[in-house]
Design a protein around this ligand. Structure first.
Ligand SMILES: Cc1ncc(COP(=O)(O)O)c(C=O)c1O
Length: 403
């Protein structure tokens, strides 16, 4: 029998579909906001699994619930319902505008459900021609053919043959551009309240309010993709809560399971009522194991202590970034909301985000980019001040080596 224990980064190139280019080290263990690789080297984690590990690695309460539910019931299918799913749905409803919940396993699946629901609602309630979806340049909604087509980056959507039709993209934060294309044949306007992958770009409040008015005027559903911005990431449970606007559908994933795959689509009773048994579904969505974990994640994140701590950590991180900028004059703009922060590289550093990520890793820091020009910071919502300071020290070392 072949021995399978000795794997390293080279193994990746030999066995995996070449769609990622992971860092040169392999993390094997994590605790809070620290991670260790195969050789025992320690890293501060400013990436948080791309805004997923909101309560840090191996949070004791989450390890506990995983073990407990793991010994009780993992999966039962949607032919039967289960207690953790019903309890989680109740919690999400109590905390938001929503009255109905659909669980899935990833952000893309929650969005796929949202887009199908928006189309189905418009077709059922209004007209078979009300199918236009308005979305935004640089938006990101996942990698299924429908979600990647709603996403606003052609480089991800092209090359796979015919796309779902009747999707139109306009510039983000440009209300006039939406006004020019919205009409009674539009079923949905879809956006991330803070664009994540597209460069960490928050929506302007006037833009969100304007969208709500336009949607009401044309009987269009306003869909917020909160896969990245939700579950406390911006300092409120969902980022729509900053805007004093009620969407019709929101999706959430990433931090909802803190790394255990689970996502949800939330909507109103009226909109949900166009769906009937068999209209949509998933095998794993809403399984008791994922929902049990998410219940504990939810209980911890949806507390004043954790949510208020996000703003404090935001300020601390931005101060550090501004200090680094004073010394190295490397960032054009530091922007974002809560712990979804982007630092835009200015000339002559534009396009160098990947180089900085590699130098950061060499100095013991896990960091993300959003495109070639923006460093992205999405750490745990409960990262300690000491870990922030240490991580920023390592970032400065990396930048110093670059300049
Ligand atoms: C805003 C947003 N929507 C959707 C997705 C897709 O989520 P998943 O990769 O879980 O399918 C992502 C992932 O980065 C995201 O940031």
């Amino acid at each position: 029998m072949k021995e399978h224990t000795a794997v390293d980064r080279n193994t990746y190139d030999q066995v995996m579909l070449p769609i990622y280019s992971p860092a040169q080290f392999i993390p094997v263990r994590g605790q809070g906001s620290r991670v260790w690789d195969q050789h025992g080297k320690e890293y501060i984690d400013f990436a948080g699994g791309i805004a997923v590990v909101a309560l840090g690695h191996c949070h004791p309460a989450l390890v506990d619930v995983l073990k407990q539910q793991g010994e009780k019931l993992w999966h039962i299918s949607n032919i039967f319902t289960n207690e953790p799913a019903l309890i989680l749905a109740q919690k999400l409803i109590d905390a938001t505008f929503a009255e109905r919940v659909f669980f899935a396993n990833s952000g893309a699946e929650a969005n796929e459900a949202a887009f199908k629901l928006a189309r189905h609602y418009a077709i059922t309630r209004h007209s078979p021609y009300k199918t236009k979806i308005i979305a935004f340049h640089q938006g990101f909604h996942g990698r299924t053919l429908f979600t990647v087509s709603v996403g606003g980056q052609l480089k991800y959507a092209d090359g796979f043959g015919p796309k779902p039709a009747d999707i139109i993209h306009v510039p983000f934060n440009d209300l006039d551009a939406v006004k020019a294309v919205i009409d009674d044949h539009t079923c949905a306007v879809v956006l991330e309240p803070v664009q994540g992958e597209g460069g960490v770009m928050p929506a302007a409040p006037a833009f969100i309010h304007g969208l709500r008015e336009l949607c009401d005027k044309h009987q269009v559903l306003l869909v917020f993709d909160e896969v990245q911005s939700g579950m406390g990431r911006t300092g409120k449970l969902f980022s729509y809560m900053h805007y004093d606007v009620t969407p019709d559908i929101i999706t959430t994933a990433k931090a909802l399971g803190n790394g255990f795959p689970i996502s949800a689509m939330l909507t109103t009773e009226n909109i949900a009522s166009v769906m009937t048994p068999g209209t949509h579904g998933t095998t794993y969505g809403g399984n008791p194991l994922a929902c049990a974990v998410a219940n504990v994640v939810f209980d911890i994140i949806n507390t004043p202590a954790v949510l208020a701590g996000v703003e404090k950590r935001h300020n601390l991180m931005v101060n550090f970034l501004n200090d680094i900028n004073q010394k190295y004059s490397i960032f054009g703009e530091v922007r974002g909301k809560g712990l979804l922060i982007g630092a835009e590289l200015k000339a002559p550093y534009q396009g160098k985000a990947k180089d900085i990520l590699q130098l950061a890793a060499e100095n013991g820091l896990m960091l993300l980019s959003a495109g070639g020009d923006v460093l992205r910071f999405t750490p745990s919502l409960i990262i300690s001040e000491e870990e922030i300071a240490q991580g920023m020290e390592r970032l400065e070392l990396a930048i110093n080596q670059l300049t």
